[in-house]
Design a protein around this ligand. Structure first.
Ligand code: 13P
Ligand code: SF4
Length: 361
């Protein structure tokens, strides 16, 4: 799999002279060895970013801030400054458990809002305040109210990729790590699911005969780009070369893609599954999701051969070391996540319901 080349960043001039030559060189080597992609993130590139990662790590310690980064963030963020990396479920739990005074969420708005809802008294920073999500933009409060009118008494489950205001309208939240389990545990034989039509279709087919699922029309602009024919073509190419390809897919993909997959799961579950494959000596893997997952597999499972072509999320890829640095140095009002108390209260109810369902064995 070939991944897009990162554009070389330049460290802001006010960092010049803050660190010694030896500190900068050691940091550049640390970054290069952790990212493990010398062709894209070589020592020269790591030298350019070293002043920023050193300064960000210094500031986060001084300010008692934890940096949470979603798997789709770029390797300089994931391996340079993040304290925790994972999927939206894991990171929301890390946000809840964090002892630090503040949280910086390197990701998109709905994840930072979720951290704020779970930690209303903490300062939550979102370095790129315009980083949105096509799924979160795909459903409004009015859509949820209309669906409730159309299906009276039917509970509403909403994907975590929604605005805080929508979370305050639904009955239970879910993530890609738990949507099937939670839907199964919900009372009744009908369910409204917003906003993802593909995840909704997967839910409906998995629950056929047990529950009728009423699905909204949202979609992820990244995962909609994957197609079943190319998954089959990659499998054939591997098989022609005498290799057995294992295909892992994110549930935001079209169900036609999901049927080609050997495993379906959240970004972190895909990572866990790939770790298991590597341990068993099954090294030919195709992750069907955003490019950040392949970046992580290269760094953390160097024994794997990664197939396929990934797609970058333009929203996730807005985050940069420069915007993280500016959010720590002097955050703008937009970089500090604020939500009305009433929205926090309502949204917390649907998140608490998710944790109650998801954590009950
Ligand atoms: P995960 O919770 O699986 O990381 O997914 C979040 C997301 O936005 C995927 O597109
Ligand atoms: Fe939203 Fe898709 Fe980007 Fe995830 S990959 S943040 S679902 S647009």
């Amino acid at each position: 799999m070939s991944l897009p080349r990162p554009s070389p960043p330049s460290a802001p001039s006010h960092l010049a002279g803050l660190f010694s030559r030896a500190e900068l060189e050691a940091e550049a080597k640390r970054l290069e060895s952790r990212i493990r992609q010398p062709e894209r993130w070589g020592l020269e590139m790591c030298r350019m970013i070293a002043p920023m990662t050193l300064r960000i790590n210094q500031l986060k310690r001084q300010q008692d801030v934890i940096i949470l980064a979603h798997s789709y963030q770029t390797p300089d963020i994931v391996y340079g400054v993040a304290d925790e990396v994972g999927d939206s479920y894991g990171l929301s739990k890390k946000a809840m458990a964090a002892p630090q005074k503040g949280i910086l969420f390197s990701s998109v708005r709905f994840m930072a809002e979720t951290a704020k809802i779970l930690n209303p008294t903490k300062r939550v920073l979102l370095p790129e305040p315009t980083a949105g999500c096509s799924l979160a933009d795909g459903v409004t409060v009015e859509d949820v109210r209309r669906l409730r009118r159309e299906h009276p008494g039917v509970p509403v489950m909403g994907y975590v990729n929604t605005s805080a205001a929508v979370k305050a309208e639904i009955d239970v939240c879910c993530t890609s790590a738990n949507y099937l389990d939670i839907a199964r545990r919900m009372p009744g034989n009908e369910l409204i699911f917003v906003p993802d039509r593909f995840m909704g279709a997967h839910l409906a087919s998995s629950l056929a005969g047990q529950k009728k699922v009423h699905i909204h029309s949202g979609e992820c602009e990244v995962h909609v780009q994957f197609d079943a024919a190319s998954a089959r073509a990659w499998r054939k190419q591997a098989s022609d070369a005498g290799r057995k390809l294992v295909i892992l897919a994110h549930p935001e993909c079209d169900p036609k893609v999901l049927v080609e997959a050997d495993y379906i799961g959240s970004t972190e579950k895909m990572m866990d599954y790939a770790r298991k494959l590597e341990a068993e000596g099954k090294v030919d893997v195709m992750p069907i999701t955003e490019c950040g997952t392949a970046d992580r597999m290269r760094a953390e499972m160097p024994g794997l051969t990664i197939y396929g072509a990934c797609v970058q999320c333009p929203h996730m890829k807005k985050s940069t070391l420069a915007s993280i640095l500016s959010a720590l140095e002097s955050p703008t009002a937009e970089q500090v996540v604020e939500l009305p108390a009433k929205v926090i209260e309502g949204a917390k109810r649907s998140l608490d319901a998710m944790f109650a369902f998801a954590e009950t064995k």
